[in-house]
Write a protein that binds this ligand. Sequence first.
Ligand code: HPA
Length: 288
Amino acid sequence: MTTDDLFLRADSAAQFLLSRTMLRPKIGLILGSGLGAFADSLSDFARVPYSQIPTFPQSTAIGHAGQMVIGNAGSVPVAAMQGRVHLYEGYSAQEVAFPIRVFGRMGIRAVILTNAAGGINLKYQQGALVLIKDHINLQGHNPLVGPNEDRFGVRFPDMSYAYSKRFGQAAQEEAGKLGWKLDDGVYAALLGPSYESPAEIRYLRTIGADLVGMSTVAEVIAARQMGIEVLAISCVTNMAAGILDQPLSHQEVMATGERVRGQFESLIRAVLPRIATELGPNPALPKL
Ligand code: HPA
């Protein structure tokens, strides 16, 4: 596929989504394993299964509904993805990041990315929500590999400020107002789908990782290339391999996501208007 094809694909998917609603979403959300329920709380919504969106990748992971919900969270119009695709499903990093390209072409200038993660830092409790402040990409893939599409952004995007300081601060302030502390941490992304070995977790701790997961980083890289500002939050669904004397399971990941659903939703609801204010008036929509 040429870069022109990718750009046109993103444009036509964006146009299709905007044709399904009168709303013009300001913020895009990607809701990770067990965290998708937030999208069910939106008002004035249009739900669009990924299978209906032209050329959109289809998620196969359990716990991912596979639909885009465009609706209002309070007074903030958002586009929320219930479920994402992952490299471990066999998708390329370019496909994994495709929804971000679509968000960008919809005129979205900020995203909230969420995921389930294993806790490496021993100060985290299972069920904690953690602000991602940086990442370590150990997936061996990057969505920008191949000829550069200059209409998305530059060949060598800077990752020094990949995770928006002002959005992170707003999230920590809002968590404080809700009566709890939002810790921050460094997210290491691995390919998966097997969970890590205990030795790998000791290695990740040594190199400065606090959280481990199998998603998000390709999306962040594509977003930053497009100048989209990123807030990313992990739910520590389990302590990483070898920390507790017990096996890891996807059931546990899903159950923890479900358990913290209320807290997660309150935080996102509180943060959205803050981000919308920081962004200022809706920028002119990109020409479709
Ligand atoms: N490792 C990798 N990905 C994960 C984990 C984990 O422990 N928990 C949830 N997603």
